[in-house]
Ligand binder design. Structure first.
Ligand SMILES: [Zn+2]
Length: 454
């Protein structure tokens, strides 16, 4: 158990401590602003999180510069950047051997000790940065409440982030910082390590040709004459290249914890192109997906609460159960409005926390974390599940080949395995179809799924 002395107790500090101690390190702690309680407490490991170190009180010290005592959002604030190296000690050597035992080809186990790791909030004390402020800064997504331009859909993108400005790769550097902190506190990292595979699929368009009304079918036939042959074939065989059975069901045959997000919008426009909601094969496929996997909502883009509520009710009706998880279509996520709407819809978790323009981690962590509503200055139980890449990002935004993608995905996987985090990514039924522009990517996706299953 740990006891932490602070000059002041605040929501932001409590949130950072909960995320670090309870959810990551699986340790209990006491937070106090009472010096005598701290002084008398000799059975716990002591940490002074104060502006000045009081040597008579003993314990570790992290210099506190007051960031977590604030309650407002400063629109221009940017924390100072700092790098640090991790010193090799016996516990870390054991830990790295433990990783190498499981993943002999891990390329970053050596780099762990030679790389300059990134952090913010440099400070005095027993470590070179204020880990509590760092974790709060990244997990609260403070930056996304500040003035940022976003891309053409208004999305927060890596190239405009403070990390990009400081030349920080979007690796899970929060997870690395927490391991570093835990090692300084003599916590056995092997006990808290738990790598998890959490693949996800979005179904924006359930079928390539089927499930449209006659007008839409005629329009598409004229727009895409190159598909005429396969369109006719599909029409007669009723076997659609994007169907559940031809894509997701095949690729994830041996995977249990897949999350599938269905777009349930009856609108058809530039952003929302789902097939007819009363198409009987769609209903059948949603039910099948729900028998084997976890089904979530994919709220339509450029709409809002009223539409999302209709879509959620419809999906609950089809699956016959309450829906608790959700991912934003096109990853359009505006804080705090989007999460406030999802919470009002009684959703409990979101899976949109990642970049559309780059691979890697938007909140610098691969672990799930609870959302802190910065506008209201309160923690919430709403869970955020970050992902590390999306298929479309690799091919369309980064213009990677599948070979380049394999290298990047393996790099990320190596970091996640060192941190014992969650390997979560986004594919689409369309990208899992060999009858699509993704046909040369099928090996990559199979490799990725197999790697996650290790
Ligand atoms: Zn989508």
């Amino acid at each position: 158990m740990f006891i932490i002395l602070t000059d002041k107790v605040s929501h932001r500090l409590k949130y950072a401590l909960e995320e670090i101690f309870v959810h990551r390190l699986k340790k209990t702690y006491i937070l106090t602003d009472d010096i005598s309680q701290f002084q008398d407490n000799s059975s716990n490991v002591k940490i002074q999180y104060t502006s000045i170190y009081q040597s008579d009180l003993g314990g570790y010290w992290i210099q506190n510069n007051g960031f977590l005592y604030e309650t407002e959002i400063h629109l221009e604030f940017k924390p100072a950047f700092v790098t640090y190296t991790i010193e090799k000690n016996d516990a870390f050597t054991d830990y790295i051997n433990f990783i190498l035992n499981k993943f002999p080809s891990n390329q970053f186990t050596d780099a762990f000790f030679t790389t300059k790791h990134s952090a913010y909030f440099p400070c005095n004390g027993f470590m070179p940065f204020d880990i509590f402020s760092l974790v709060f800064w990244k997990l609260s997504r403070y930056e996304e409440y500040q003035n940022y331009k976003g891309d053409k859909l208004g999305r927060f993108i890596y190239s405009q982030s403070l990390d990009a400005k400081n030349g920080i790769e979007p690796i899970p550097y929060i997870d690395i910082a927490i391991i570093y902190f835990a090692n300084l506190l003599n916590i056995d990292l092997r006990e808290i390590w738990r790598l998890k595979h959490s693949p996800t699929v979005d179904i924006d368009i359930a079928y390539k040709f089927l499930g449209r009304n006659i007008i839409r079918t005629i329009f598409s036939t004229l727009k895409y004459p190159k598909f005429l042959k396969s369109r006719i074939k599909t029409f007669f065989t009723r076997n659609d290249p994007y169907s559940w059975n031809n894509t997701v069901a095949q690729k994830f045959k041996f995977v249990e914890n897949l999350h599938v997000f269905w777009l349930c919008s009856e609108k058809t426009n530039t952003f929302n192109k789902q097939v007819k909601l009363d198409y009987k094969n769609l209903l059948k496929d949603i039910k099948t997906s729900n028998q084997n996997f976890s089904v979530g909502l994919h709220p339509s883009a450029n709409t809002g609460f009223t539409e999302w509520e209709k879509e959620k009710n419809w999906l609950e009706n089809i699956t016959g159960q309450k829906i608790y998880s959700s991912r934003q279509h096109f990853l359009i996520l505006n804080l705090p409005e989007t999460y406030q709407s999802l919470i009002s819809l009684e959703l409990r978790e979101d899976w949109s926390m990642g970049y559309s323009d780059n691979i890697g981690f938007r909140a610098a962590t691969s672990f799930s974390f609870r959302w802190f509503d910065l506008k209201k200055d309160i923690p919430t139980p709403f869970l955020i599940n970050p992902f590390c890449f999306m298929d479309v990002t690799l091919k369309n935004y980064l213009k990677f080949t599948s070979e380049q993608s394999l290298k990047s995905i393996n790099n990320l996987y190596d970091w996640i395995s060192i941190c014992g985090g969650v390997f979560c990514y986004i594919l689409h039924n369309e990208s899992l179809s060999s009858d699509s522009e993704w046909k040369d990517w099928q090996n990559l996706f199979e490799n990725t799924i197999n790697r996650g299953q290790n």
